[in-house]
Design a protein around this ligand. Sequence first.
Ligand code: PLP
Length: 461
Amino acid sequence: MRYISTRGGVEPVSFADAVMMGLATDGGLLLPESFPEVDAATLRRWAGLPFQELAVEVMLPYVGGDIRREELEELVTRSYAAFSHPEVTPVVQAGERHILELFHGPTAAFKDVALQFLGNLFDFLLGRSGGRLNILGATSGDTGSAAIYGVRGQERVDIFILHPHKRVSPIQERQMTTVLDANVHNIAITGTFDDGQRIVKELFNDLEFKSEYSLGAVNSINWARILAQVVYYFYAWSRISGGDTGRKATFSVPTGNFGDIFAGYVAMRMGLPVERLILATNRNDILSRFINSGVYSAGDVHPTVSPSMDIQVSSNFERYLYFLMDEDPGQVRELMARMAGEGRIEIPEEKRAEVARLFVASATDEEATLEQIRLTYTESGYILDPHTAVGVRAAADYPEAICLATAHPAKFGEAVARAIGVEAPPPPSLQGLMEKQTRCEILGADAGAIRSYMKETLAGR
Ligand SMILES: *Cc1c(COP(=O)(O)O)cnc(C)c1O
């Protein structure tokens, strides 16, 4: 499989190059040239497979040419060994509702599903090429710890994660700073998450520094992250359909960067029987407004009880736009340029109708989020985390929808306690965090300071 850019300015590249490139060099996002087709007989066969074997089947056509089946099997086995549930991503019932639990990884949020795989993939590809990688990223909470757990202890990778000092939750901070492996470097910047993102962008734009120090990115623009997430849509469908290909599934997805829900779109394009994708946002609603009005325009970011979805510009949206615009990179370039200039784009009416045939969307405010946690708890005893609650709320009119549970409720204990008066019991990965030893550097929110720190640290490694 070869990969192309949504903006048409990249010669087709291999899977390995796409993973290492992250963002396409023309500023677009990388996509496979075509989707492998999964026919009904194959779907029925896959329906009996355990998660790890299914993952190999789903991913193999995308990595073909670069990674052999036995190598992929090994990568998948290693990546999901760190999950505490034997099914990796089980489908459970909360009353009548199906919940796809994606939070059994080491940091208790769904990002582990992709970042455990990406970490092992980096290790494998660098081992083969003899290269090294210095990952640099900014986090508002969940991505940082999941990325750190994905590469901790690796020989060919160092990871530098910036988080805003005292502005992430105590649990989130501890999840990052208690990882003491020599290749993990936590930096608390005296500033905001936006400052962190600005610094990261500035350092990636310092092309000399970027190439001399082999900077790499782990945010959700990396195709390998999307690919790993496609697997659990197939898995969830197989659990509820038992392999009956006449049975279509609806998924409700709490959304921020459009990454997770785009993976559902890819699964559908491959042939998974999907009825609808429910796009659920909190009050940062750029995406739900787009689905309902055809207008894509950024607003201000509001802090909410589901902070991992407090996003107003969705980096993965461009991938969907590419398909909506009939795979025409010229139109994507034009729309993205207009978005950059005017902060607003609008799609034609017939495209809006096409969007509405697959997607439904709604935004849920704080009060309704907490109310949903309360309601589900009262009805079934099941405790939703606030992100998952946004998805369950959006699926209110779709009782058959499978709701993606993107974080363990103990990770957002304060919001849960506000809703139901008790906190969820923490999984083993979140226990004892507050007593563990930590390591973290506190630095000013200044690109020069971060660059110097990285150079010094790497010189001593
Ligand atoms: C990142 C995150 C989301 C949003 O996922 P996207 O791929 O950005 O749409 C939802 N819930 C939780 C808990 C997250 O960490």
